[in-house]
Design a protein around this ligand. Structure first.
Ligand SMILES: [Zn+2]
Length: 348
């Protein structure tokens, strides 16, 4: 039985920053800290601070997103300085859990909420690795993966800093070839297809997934649009007039859709898309430092299409913002690519 799952999409905002400048956080007195991942059967600790009026304790609630609604799972008083601390069991399911702490309005202090935190629950014994997993045999022809250098600089960040895009195991079958096509209409630059091919070849080498470019298409992927038969991932360009997300300044959009596996252990991805905003201007190709590039954006959005969500650390390609500090794959990116790739075996 196939259970259809709606397309979930993720956005990327491009910030042009001088090298070495971290993306600025909004000035706020609300803080929250939580691990980006935990293993099953352990405790998740979420702590932080909300403003208080005249050093008076106030109520804070821990909310968890379940389906499309938020459910309050815990409620307690903060300290007089507004500090809160919640502990919840991580559970036994390999999912990404989404939490937010909210403090309702009290006399002297407005109602407030923390940023949303996403925590990946990983299998006990999960050993994050930044090494590419061995590929699995596929029956069809595929394009050559990139040849990885013999040695690379140590990847930044933590190997647990990655999430699933569809809130639980959401990955392609690594024992089948993923076909993809390119729609050149509205292309911002001539070498865009070559950059896409280079990004796919990199992702193939790092994940063990196998891809085949099947040519150009007039189709455009996106929210609610079905891919043509024979094309698993559709890539192309559009503008703010045709894609509402781009009206908000987003530079790219990547997403995936799939169905529940027969064993109920996750989501088998069966279609994906990448949309680039041709109203944006950035350098072609790839870089290891400096301003964001189209290649960097393509890589990020393709990783969404392959099943990965956002990372917490600004050194990861999957950090929501492309900047001078996340051109290269971080430790979380590499571990995530292994997990959405061949490391977990075939979907049966
Ligand atoms: Zn994104």
């Amino acid at each position: 039985m196939r259970h259809p799952v709606g397309i979930l999409t993720c956005l990327l905002v491009i910030a042009l920053l001088a090298p070495g400048t971290a993306p600025a956080a909004a000035a706020t007195r609300v803080t929250v800290a939580a691990p980006s991942s935990v293993v099953t059967g352990t405790t998740i600790l979420i702590r932080g601070k909300v403003p208080t009026a005249s050093r008076r304790s106030r109520v804070a609630g821990l909310y968890e997103k379940r389906g499309s609604s938020w459910v309050r799972v815990l409620k307690r008083a903060t300290s007089r300085t507004g500090a809160f601390r919640f502990q919840v069991g991580s559970g036994s399911r390999l999912v990404t859990r989404t939490f937010q702490v909210r403090a309702p309005r009290v006399r002297g202090a407005a109602g407030t909420s923390t940023r949303v935190v996403r925590i990946a629950v990983l299998a006990r014994g999960y050993a994050p690795t930044t090494r590419p997993p061995a590929p699995l045999p596929v029956a069809e022809p595929y394009d050559a993966p990139a040849v990885l250098p013999a040695s690379e600089p140590r990847p930044l960040g933590s190997a647990t800093d990655w999430t699933w895009v569809l809130n639980e195991q959401s990955r392609w079958n690594p024992c089948a070839v993923i076909t993809w096509a390119y729609n050149p209409s509205g292309s911002r630059y001539a070498a865009a297809l070559a950059d896409l091919q280079a990004a796919v070849a990199q992702l193939s080498a790092r994940s063990g997934l196998r891809f085949r470019y099947v040519g150009t298409t007039s189709a455009l992927g996106g929210l609610g649009r079905a891919n043509p038969p024979g094309i698993d991932v559709v890539t192309g360009w559009t503008d703010a007039a045709h894609e509402s997300a781009f009206r908000d300044g987003m530079s790219g959009l990547g997403g995936a859709a799939g169905y529940g596996s027969v064993h109920g252990t996750g989501i088998v991805l069966s279609s994906g898309f990448l949309l680039l905003n041709n109203g944006k201007s950035m350098a072609a190709g790839f870089a290891s430092s400096g301003n964001p590039t189209w290649g960097q954006l393509m890589t990020h959005e393709l990783m969404h299409a392959l099943g990965l969500g956002h990372a917490a650390g600004s050194g990861q390609v999957m950090y929501p913002t492309a900047w001078s500090g996340n051109h290269r794959f971080g430790a979380g990116d590499l571990a995530g690519l292994a997990q959405i790739g061949s490391a977990r075996g075939c979907w049966s």
